[in-house]
Design a protein around this ligand. Structure first.
Ligand SMILES: [Zn+2]
Length: 167
């Protein structure tokens, strides 16, 4: 019996949770996307829409608002206690046992869409010449068209993650 429960739990844990962040948690949403966790965010969303969308899309609500948690039919939600995004990110990672590295930079930070590989020749006119000369691997967001490459901002993010989670 025990073994069966554990097995189900492990299967559930392996599935990546998806989130929706309330309007106060924009920076947290961005960082969850950096870690590859699908996180919806809309600064102008109302509480009722937030709850409806969470339900419709199977998302866990992340909120700073205790009153929101008391609403009927809210579903799964986590109250974020800290005001600072680094601490907020740690709260989410530790509460849900997330792996901060497995999906690093696989989602568009701007619009939460999975990135796709794109061949170097195809980005020639779409990135600065210096970037084109010095970088080999590029990714593109199929939704907003933003192009990603392994430049300094990527290193900065990796540095930040090392500071936050060690390793
Ligand atoms: Zn995008």
């Amino acid at each position: 019996m025990m073994a069966k429960v554990c097995k189900i739990w492990t299967a559930m844990a392996r599935e990546r949770p998806r989130f929706i962040a309330d309007s106060m948690l924009g920076r947290l949403a961005t960082w969850l996307r950096v870690l590859g966790y699908d996180t919806a965010y809309d600064a102008g969303i109302t509480d009722s829409e937030l709850i409806r969308r969470a339900k419709r899309e199977g998302r866990i609500i992340l909120t700073r608002d205790r009153r929101l948690l008391k609403r009927k039919g809210i579903g799964e939600a986590l109250l974020i206690r800290s005001d600072h995004f680094r601490e907020q990110l740690r709260e989410v990672v530790s509460h849900f046992g997330l792996d901060p590295r497995s999906g690093f930079l696989t989602l568009c930070i701007r619009c939460n869409t999975p990135l796709e590989d794109i061949r170097k020749e195809e980005v020639r006119d779409r990135v600065p010449p210096y970037v084109f000369r010095t970088q080999e691997d590029f990714m593109i967001c199929p939704r907003c068209g933003r192009i990603y490459w392994g430049a300094t901002h990527r290193e900065r993010m990796e540095e930040e993650i090392r500071e936050l989670f060690g390793g």
